[in-house]
Ligand binder design. Structure first.
Ligand SMILES: NC(=O)c1ccc[n+]([C@@H]2O[C@H](COP(=O)([O-])OP(=O)(O)OC[C@H]3O[C@@H](n4cnc5c(N)ncnc54)[C@H](O)[C@@H]3O)[C@@H](O)[C@H]2O)c1
Ligand SMILES: [Zn+2]
Length: 698
């Protein structure tokens, strides 16, 4: 597991600056403000400070966070009967072994048993029960006194109003938000126009402190200890003598929630090896837990061992936190994407410089809504704190403002729906395309009618909107059954434009399969992939009949993509059926279908068909403006032509390029081809070469 080396502080000034920075970070952290450092960085800073103080004991500043609970950043006015301490940390198996040795040296015997339990990532509270009734809840504060947060009592699961027995005692434990409570809290908060919480710990801290909110947010309590109060009576002696593990059982028996009912229930073991195995088990389960943990706590289980080990000012000597890697990291905000959901909600998504967090690479994070970007004052190029834990969608906490260089750029907000071009309804926090659910429909029909797909002239976005609004089309197959009278009844549709549109649709009915397939908009199958699929299978029937394994025979389709395409095609079956019924062409001219399974044949589909074609085995790049018979062809149509002639189309010149078709104003590609000695042909020369394949076009 990780080691986390301390930064070395060079001199008094560096030491003072580090103390100042730690103080600021701790104040922000405990006051539920947004963090300015991630936990790894904070821990490194404090260890650097501690190392310096050890070397220079006479220079220790009063403001130093070392030896203090909560780094000295918080306080309170309700005294604790017994100090509520923090925990010391280890970051590796070696450090842990060193620590156990020091405990055993101190008590003069081996530790009899260890408790291994999750380090719950929330806030410590002390909860006082009097005669079995929930009386008071207090935060840890500075360890000697905390804040009264009894106002939050009704919102915390796991703390019954009444215990199973009329006893007086103090239960100590962690209040946190489970992942579900966290998502729920943020949904409620954004509905009320409040900023979403940055992470569950932050959410729990803010919620515990807040009074008089117009909404209720739920949290969960996990007990990890209990002690007697002055009027506990006989219970005091019992609690004093019980091993930690049995105290937890006792508390659970009274009805208070513990981690016993989770996948990481506390366990009691006797050897250091077993502790290590427990640490690894809990670490492995971390990502799948429904709540956050930031480490594993290991405690000497027996009361006698704890007593003999004793406590320091900041932490007990009989317990240690084995820290896990932080789930917050600083990275950079590279861009913001605007995605339109099924219901027309336009949601911003942050594009990040990929960062490793807790074993997975994070490249995107949620940004909730546009107001949130403004509220957080996020700018492109900013360093941002990113939080990712378990199944929580990665999220941006805040820009790290002191890392700004002045080069950061404002985030641009879309003026119209990025999917269909309609107006955006900005009246709510969450923006929505005014077309709502029809947005996707408009976008998909416009795409299908586009130049590189069915190429239906006269069917631009506005006209598509008109057809959708009039209820004439539910998908693009409906285009092929449009009735002249219904079209004429539409606004701005005269006889000429109606007939032109119908003629263009008629032409579209005969487009090659590659175009029709592309029009389906299957994710990951753009123009060139659609052509490859169409040429490989030659007919829609065969494409649809192909399973994931067969699909992988197509160049560029891997396992994952094959499976995704199969699934999407299943969903598209009704649409394909409608297209077939409407008489739309479903074959690829010039392509031969692959052999039936079982019939052995040499080579792949490409080799099979290409043999004898003018560009067989060639990789061809096109650049510059085409002239002559090729003048009217789009780049996509040029590529289609190359592939029909048995070649491979490519967009960049390399050593493997066989031919560059260079038209007018050819630039850098031509220069590169010359350098590499790649054969260059003018459009007219190329047209002659592929003459036999030209006729089939369009
Ligand atoms: N990012 C920042 O700017 C910043 C600033 C200050 C502190 N911090 C983080 O906070 C840590 C220090 O915080 P801390 O002093 O609150 O202590 P801590 O979180 O390191 O450990 C002590 C706390 O662990 C909790 N805990 C959870 N499960 C427990 C269990 N099973 N048994 C006992 N205790 C359990 C208790 O609340 C206890 O008070 C630092 O290591 C750092 O990571 C970060
Ligand atoms: Zn839209």
């Amino acid at each position: 597991m990780t080691t986390n080396p301390a930064g070395v502080l060079a001199d008094t000034a560096a030491y003072a600056a580090a103390v100042e920075e730690a103080k600021r970070a701790a104040a922000a952290y405990y006051a539920a403000d947004e963090s300015v450092l991630d936990d790894d960085a904070y821990d490194r800073l404090v260890r650097g400070i501690a190392a310096y103080e050890e070397e220079h004991p006479q220079e220790v500043l009063d403001a130093s966070p070392t030896g203090k609970v909560a780094g000295g950043a918080v306080s309170g006015d309700v005294p604790h009967t017994v100090p509520m301490l923090s925990l010391d940390n280890v970051f590796s198996a070696e450090q842990f072994v060193t620590w156990t040795a020091s405990v055993e040296r101190r008590i003069g015997r081996p530790v009899a048993a260890w408790s291994v339990e999750p380090k719950l990532d929330g806030l410590a509270v002390a909860v006082r029960y009097r005669q079995g009734r929930l009386d008071r809840m207090i935060t840890r504060g500075d360890g000697t006194a905390g804040e009264d947060v009894s106002h939050a009592i009704g919102t915390v699961l796991g703390l019954p109003e009444r215990l199973a027995a009329p006893v007086t005692l103090e239960v100590r434990g962690e209040i946190l938000m489970t992942n579900e409570q966290f998502e729920q809290a943020n949904a409620v908060r954004t509905e009320h126009g409040a900023a979403p919480f940055a992470n569950p710990r932050n959410g729990a801290a803010g919620t515990l402190r807040a009074k008089d909110r117009p909404y209720r947010v739920e949290m969960t309590f996990f007990a990890y200890g209990a002690l007697a109060l002055p009027d506990s009576g006989d219970l005091a002696a019992t609690l004093d003598a019980l091993p930690h593990s049995e105290v937890l059982e006792y508390v659970a028996g009274l009805g208070v929630h513990t981690a016993a009912d989770t996948a990481v229930a506390p366990r009691t073991v006797t050897s250091v090896e077993e502790v290590q195995a427990g640490v690894e088990d809990i670490a492995a389960l971390r990502a799948s837990l429904p709540f956050g943990i930031d480490g594993i706590v290991i405690k000497a289980d027996l009361a006698a061992d704890q007593r003999d080990a004793g406590s320091g000012t900041r932490a007990p000597r009989w317990a240690i936190a084995y820290k896990l890697p932080a789930v917050e990291k600083v990275t950079r905000l590279l861009g913001v994407e605007w995605n339109v959901g099924r219901t027309g909600i336009i949601a911003p998504r942050a594009v990040l410089e990929p960062v490793e967090i807790d074993g997975s690479t994070v490249s995107y994070a949620t940004l909730h809504n546009p107001a949130d970007i403004t509220r957080r004052d996020l700018r492109l190029g900013d360093h941002v704190m990113v939080y990712k834990a378990g199944d929580i969608i990665p999220r941006i906490e805040a820009p790290v403002a002191h890392l700004r260089t002045g080069e950061e750029k404002p985030v641009e907000f879309p003026g119209v729906c990025p999917q269909c071009g309609s107006e955006i309804d900005m009246s709510e926090q969450r923006w929505r395309c005014t077309r709502g659910r029809d947005c996707r429909l408009v976008a998909s029909i416009s795409y299908a009618a586009g130049r590189d797909q069915l190429d239906i002239e006269g069917l631009g976005a506005t006209r598509v909107v008109q057809l959708v609004d009039a209820g004439l089309v539910q998908d693009f197959a409906d285009l092929f059954t449009l009735e002249r009278d219904r079209l004429l009844a539409l606004e701005r549709m005269g006889e000429t434009s109606t007939d032109n549109l119908l003629a263009a649709i008629e032409t579209a009915r005969t487009r090659p399969l590659s175009r029709v397939f592309c029009a389906l908009g299957v994710r990951g199958t753009g123009r060139s992939m659609s052509r490859r699929i169409a040429r490989h299978f030659a007919s829609m029937d065969r494409i649809v009949a192909a399973d994931a394994e067969v699909l992988q025979q197509v160049d560029g389709i891997g396992k994952e993509k094959a499976a995704a395409v199969v699934t999407e095609l299943e969903e598209l079956a009704p649409l394909i059926g409608k297209l077939v019924a409407a008489g739309v062409n479903m074959t690829e001219p010039g392509a031969t279908p692959p052999p039936e399974p079982g019939a052995a044949q040499e080579g792949g589909a490409d080799g099979r068909e290409a043999a004898g074609l003018p560009l067989a085995g060639m990789t061809v790049v096109v650049t510059g403006a085409m002239t002559g018979v090729l003048a009217e062809l789009s780049r996509n149509q040029m590529n289609e032509l190359i592939e029909r002639a048995g070649g491979k189309s490519s967009s960049s010149v390399s050593k493997r390029t066989s031919l560059l078709v260079a038209g007018e104003k050819a630039g850098s590609k031509r220069t590169k081809a010359e350098e590499l000695g790649v054969r260059i042909a003018a459009p007219e020369e190329f047209a002659e070469l592929v003459e036999s394949c030209l006729a089939l076009d369009m």
